[in-house]
Write a protein that binds this ligand. Structure first.
Ligand code: CA
Length: 435
């Protein structure tokens, strides 16, 4: 992709933004907000604010780009007054780029058109704390990959010590279909699931609240333009179908999962809830953070051969705020998306390789992203060796799996040349199981 003028590291905004802020003018992620009495609106994050795209369009700030991109012109302003990004995503990359670049112009420190119009600012610019951020897309499908070699090895050793990595793993991005309507936005509490599991050392299963509730540190990409049934996507064009990325917590009940998963894969141990961050950071904004992925050996089959920098250098943190703690959340892991063995482009191309249709708004998660060091593990399953070696937290607290009241927070950001492109965060608190 050619460099966007909106990525220029020297750009400054007339909105005050701290250097540690996730949403400087070079980022401009898209989301959906609900404003009391106004209903849902598409928005772009800038610093601690949300720019209302519907209001901008109504005030005429997008007229020129509507002329340049006719599909966008015909869809505005209604396309910005929806409960999800889906309709906007279907307009394709020219529309996404045109809006992001126009918003960048409007927010530049030396552009007076919005900066000096107090009435327009009062209509278009809202503090994020005054709005409700919604789940950004309405996915028709959700797929979870298993693309971290370190995670697959760590888990494989636990469950199959003699045969940790199955023979297909290095030849294709392993995945399963999840449950699209179980995906919730950051801030949604998660009720501890109940289910069937077989306690260690027992012959018979029991039914009850999971005793092994875990998180999984993942990123997910959002499909922008879909594909028709029967069509495939060459690897070189895979990223044309990817709108952007969110943080993803794939809540997992390990005891339910390990009892049910053979021979057909994950089911009720996974599909009670997964959480996403509210702001979708575009691939355009992440363009400066491309890196080569790990060497792939043996070389994949031709349709998956990856020659470009299709991985991204995004630092990831896992934080825990234990139940009842009043202190700041504790960082318990640092990882990075560059550790993933399979790229998003390879995942998408593989998914479409049989003609399976992809839809705008679909969510494809990476799988748990563990790195090569002990401090870079993406789940409590790995950090605690299935709960047998609890984490020692300050205050004498030992954490094996998640307890009721614990809050898990995932954060992510890319940083280069003084520009920090943040993903924001995804957080969720565990609630007790139903009576
Ligand atoms: Ca997962």
């Amino acid at each position: 992709m050619p460099a966007s003028p909106a990525n220029d590291p020297s750009l400054r905004s007339w909105i005050d933004i701290r250097p540690t802020d996730d949403f400087p003018i070079q980022n401009l992620p898209f989301g959906v907000m609900e404003v009391p009495e106004w209903g849902p609106r598409l928005a772009v994050a800038i610093g601690g604010y949300a720019l209302d795209l519907y209001a901008c369009a109504q005030l005429g700030y997008f007229e020129a780009i509507g002329d340049d991109v006719p599909a966008l012109g015909a869809a505005m302003p209604k396309v910005f007054r929806r409960r999800s990004l889906n309709a906007f995503l279907r307009l394709g990359r020219p529309a996404w780029q045109a809006v992001r670049e126009r918003v960048s112009e409007l927010l530049r420190h030396d552009n007076p058109s919005l900066r000096d119009n107090e009435l327009a600012i009062s209509t278009c610019l809202l503090r994020q704390r005054d709005v409700t951020l919604l789940r950004p897309v309405k996915p028709t499908s959700y797929v979870d990959f298993y693309s971290s070699l370190e995670h697959a090895m760590n888990v494989g050793v636990m469950f199959r010590p003699d045969n940790p990595l199955l023979p297909n793993w290095r030849h294709l991005p392993i995945a399963y279909h999840g449950r699209a309507n179980s995906i919730v936005v950051s801030g949604t509490s998660i009720k501890r699931p109940q289910g069937q599991y077989r306690p260690a050392g027992q012959d018979e299963p029991v039914f009850g609240p999971t005793q092994q509730l875990d998180f999984e540190l993942e990123m997910a990409f959002i499909v922008g333009q879909g594909t028709a049934q029967g069509n495939t996507v060459p690897l070189a064009q895979a990223e044309d179908h990817i709108f952007g990325l969110v943080l993803f917590n794939d809540w997992s009940a390990r005891d339910i999962q390990s009892w049910e998963y053979q021979p057909l894969g994950p089911f009720l141990g996974k599909n009670f809830a997964s959480s996403v961050s509210p702001w979708v950071v575009t691939l355009d904004a992440l363009e400066p953070f491309r890196v080569a992925g790990p060497a792939q050996a043996p070389q994949p089959l031709t349709y998956l051969q990856n020659t470009d920098n299709q991985h991204f250098d995004i630092q990831l943190d896992v934080l825990i705020q234990p139940a009842g703690a009043t202190t700041e959340p504790l960082v318990i892991s640092h990882s990075n998306t560059r550790h993933l063995y399979w790229s998003m482009a390879q995942q998408l191309t593989h998914h479409a390789s049989n003609g399976c249709p992809l839809d705008a708004g679909d969510i494809y998660a990476s799988g748990t992203i563990s790195g090569p060091t002990p401090g870079a593990l993406g789940s409590l399953l790995e950090m605690t060796q299935r709960g047998t070696q609890p984490l020692n937290l300050p205050g004498g607290l030992q954490l094996g799996f998640l307890r009721d009241g614990d809050t898990v927070i995932l954060r992510g950001y890319a940083e280069r040349e003084g520009v920090r492109i943040g993903l924001g965060e995804v957080r969720g608190t565990v609630l007790p199981a139903a009576e």
